[in-house]
Design a protein around this ligand. Structure first.
Ligand SMILES: Cc1cc2nc3c(=O)[nH]c(=O)nc-3n(C[C@H](O)[C@H](O)[C@H](O)COP(=O)(O)OP(=O)(O)OC[C@H]3O[C@@H](n4cnc5c(N)ncnc54)[C@H](O)[C@@H]3O)c2cc1C
Length: 478
């Protein structure tokens, strides 16, 4: 048997799926080959690391969560273990609120306070708002089991100010989402577990802190990891492991071609798929892994599985942009001690967050430069992305002037636009995933994976890509 698997999309999910297939001993023994098709000329999707003016610039993601092991494990498997780096430790993150930067109170866990003294001291909440947050200690558990938004949940436990200035900007920011629309269950189910186990989130966060302190050995481990050469190194290593930019006999990599049609072909009771590319090439596959964004996979599936397609098409995506600026260090008076800042709700700024790249990561910029990265867009804030690059840069510079006092001309600027890039896990997302799973049962040699479904971060995408490859292999080997 010499089966063939097609993977649509060459972002981190698709590359992880191809890698899992290429490495699987069962697949190799049986000569199972795969072809990955990516519409762009470049592989990596949202992972894009560039070198500009002696700096390392991440156009998309800059790191991955250390607590989700799949990315670091893949790096190690690819021989990149000694290239893993953590964020520089012990640095605060700030919140832009009423024209000033205030450090997040120490001891926040998922936006929930785990220590009293920093909460008493913070100027992010008024005394009344602190008292309201303290009510969490006595409020009963919620009885209904319906999906709640992240905003409603935090507001119910800790009050609106915590949504607006602490947990909201921190947690919803990760999804470029609106705290009052994102499903808590689909984004931070740990918070639900905390309420279930301890009733009070503060008590749960305190218990967790104690457990972590007891287990800690040596210096605290970083929350985020990257690679010395940026996340693009992971893409390069994956492509290298797959035989180079065109792949090898087992794994063919096709770039600059999009899959425009997916047609099931039934022969002797077995369904395979014909994937039509935009250059009129056709790929016949015994199994297919779709890793394109949900709306793109929906377009391919509409004629094949309309119900499944409409479930995928209902997952909304929002657009974002990342604007990176380098300044001469001597022209920046602000000490930039910290990892950057997020922006409180209703603050009159266009940017939603700013990472102080050269303070957060080692060796991202030469010593005489500082590197800052600002985010624009997100749910409810996409209108600004209609502006051209010059206008976006001038809005970012206006915000950097008012928050960090930076008046200098940047040495360089890089605007990276990411249209329809961030899937929104709205309330009901998990029910939708269940319905998608039900539809997929009728299509056993078709798998879906990627940011639109079971986690948007790099580790979750890698896990989903690997699981999708396993699902197809199990089918082919059955
Ligand atoms: C600005 C920004 C910052 C982020 N920061 C972080 C971070 O710091 N940490 C983190 O963990 N995550 C971060 N994320 C999220 C994370 O980067 C993404 O969720 C993840 O990279 C998505 O990977 P993917 O493979 O699922 O999708 P993609 O990277 O979108 O890959 C899908 C690929 O499919 C291709 N495609 C689509 N249709 C077709 C077709 N018909 N035929 C062929 N190819 C097709 C696309 O061209 C694309 O390359 C960030 C995202 C953005 C936009």
């Amino acid at each position: 048997m010499s089966a063939h698997v097609a993977i649509v999309g060459g972002g981190i999910t698709g590359l992880a799926a191809a890698h899992a297939l290429a490495l699987d001993r069962r697949a190799r023994d049986l000569g199972i080959r795969c072809t990955l098709v990516e519409q762009e000329l470049r592989l990596g999707g949202k992972l894009l690391t560039e070198r500009i003016g002696g700096c390392l610039v991440e156009a998309g993601p800059d790191s991955f969560l250390a607590t989700k092991p799949w990315a670091a494990n893949l790096c190690r498997a690819l021989g990149l273990g000694d290239r893993l780096i953590g964020t520089l430790p012990g640095q605060p993150v700030y919140v832009a609120f009423r024209g000033k930067l205030h450090p997040f109170p120490e001891g926040l866990a998922l936006g929930v306070p785990s220590r009293f003294a920093p909460m008493v001291r913070t100027r992010l909440l008024s005394p009344l708002e602190k008292l309201r947050a303290g009510l969490d200690l006595v409020l009963p558990r919620r009885q209904e089991a319906t999906d709640e938004t992240m905003g409603a949940f935090i507001r119910r436990r800790l009050g609106d100010a915590v949504v607006a200035r602490l947990a909201g900007p921190m947690l919803a920011g990760i999804y470029a989402g609106d705290a009052d629309a994102l499903s808590l269950r689909a984004t931070f189910p740990q918070l639900l577990e905390w309420e279930a186990s301890h009733r009070s989130l503060v008590l749960a966060a305190m218990a967790r802190r104690k457990l972590m302190a007891a287990a800690a050995t040596g210096s605290p481990s970083p929350m985020f990891l990257s690679l010395t050469g940026g996340v693009g190194e992971l893409v390069e290593a994956l492509v290298g492991a797959l035989g180079g930019p065109r792949g090898n006999d087992n794994a063919r990599l096709v770039t600059g071609r999009s899959v425009v049609r997916l047609v099931p072909v039934v022969e002797r009771g077995r369904t395979s798929y014909a994937l039509h590319l935009d250059n009129s090439e056709t790929i016949i596959a015994d199994g297919v892994v779709l890793t394109a964004p949900a709306f793109a996979s929906a377009a391919l599936l509409r004629p094949v599985a309309p119900r499944l397609a409409s479930l995928l098409g209902a997952i909304p995506y929002v657009s974002t942009a990342a604007v990176t600026l380098a300044f001469r260090r001597q022209e920046v008076r602000h000490p930039l001690v910290g990892h950057g800042f997020v922006v409180a709700r209703d603050e009159p700024l266009e940017i939603t967050a700013c990472t102080w790249v050269s303070s957060k990561w080692p060796r991202r910029a030469p010593p005489d430069l500082v590197l800052l990265r600002c985010y624009l867009g997100a749910a409810g804030r996409e209108a600004v992305l209609q502006e051209d690059d010059d206008r976006l840069v001038s809005l970012v510079r206006r915000d950097l002037r008012s928050t960090l006092g930076i008046d200098a001309d940047p040495v360089f600027v890089r605007v990276a636009r990411w249209p329809n890039s961030m899937p929104q896990y709205l309330t009901g997302h998990l029910d939708r995933l269940e319905a998608i799973g039900t539809e997929l049962r009728a299509l056993p040699n078709l798998a879906l994976a990627g940011a639109g479904y079971g986690g948007t971060g790099i580790p979750d995408c890698i896990r989903q890509g690997t699981d999708a490859a396993d699902r197809i292999l199990d089918y082919l080997l059955a």
